[in-house]
Design a protein around this ligand. Structure first.
Ligand SMILES: CC(C)(COP(=O)(O)OP(=O)(O)OC[C@H]1O[C@@H](n2cnc3c(N)ncnc32)[C@H](O)[C@@H]1OP(=O)(O)O)[C@@H](O)C(=O)NCCC(=O)NCCS
Length: 169
């Protein structure tokens, strides 16, 4: 699971994705303090405990909260955070399965990338991908050579070891 690099000084135009997201009735906005518990529940339900911890970290440094949420029919449909796993990192990102393919994933990552650019970063790192084709297509992300171990290497080792030690169900 390598890392990918995004040039923040040369981001593509997000307008086509934002238009698709809006046409699907999905609103993407910055996380607010009162989203914290609902986001944690959403990430635990649809993704994983590790992602829930990383998403929670977006609330750790005060304002602005370093992440965005997609809302559909009043409920969380997706999320993306930055400055969470490490400084300069984007992710995790996730959209509810039944709402994928409507532009929300792209809109969420564009909002994070723009925010990181506005913080002064020249590049963003997407850690331990995941759907490399999605990131390459949407924001021109490139695989970072030699990054397969990534900052998650220790986590992956511990997860493997935990799984191996688990009693049979
Ligand atoms: C990856 C993910 C966030 C994309 O969200 P989404 O809302 O479905 O994405 P969008 O609708 O904005 O897609 C934008 C474009 O990327 C393409 N795309 C989406 N997911 C893709 C994938 N896994 N591989 C290749 N292309 C993909 C779409 O087809 C679309 O292309 P188009 O402009 O030609 O129509 C979503 O599939 C997801 O939550 N996956 C599970 C969690 C995950 O893997 N997160 C990333 C961790 S690194």
């Amino acid at each position: 699971m390598p890392d990918m690099l995004v040039r923040l000084y040369d981001l593509p135009d997000p307008a086509p994705y934002d238009a698709r997201t809006a046409a699907a009735g999905i609103v993407v906005r910055r996380l607010e303090a009162w989203d914290r518990a609902a986001l944690r529940r959403f990430v635990l339900q649809h993704f994983s405990e590790n992602w829930a911890s990383e998403a929670d970290f977006a609330f750790a440094n005060g304002h602005p909260i370093t992440g965005f949420v997609a809302i559909e029919a009043g409920a969380i449909a997706g999320f993306a955070v930055y400055e969470s796993s490490r400084r300069g990192f984007l992710g995790p990102t996730g959209v509810r399965e039944d709402l994928r393919g409507k532009g929300a994933g792209a809109s969420l990552i564009f909002r994070c990338l723009e925010a990181m650019r506005d913080m002064g970063y020249g590049y963003a790192i997407i850690g331990g991908v995941g759907p490399a084709e999605f990131y390459a297509k949407v924001c021109g992300a490139k695989i970072i050579e030699g990054s397969d171990a990534s900052v998650y290497a220790q986590l992956y080792r511990e997860m493997r070891s935990r799984a191996a030690n688990q009693p049979e169900a």
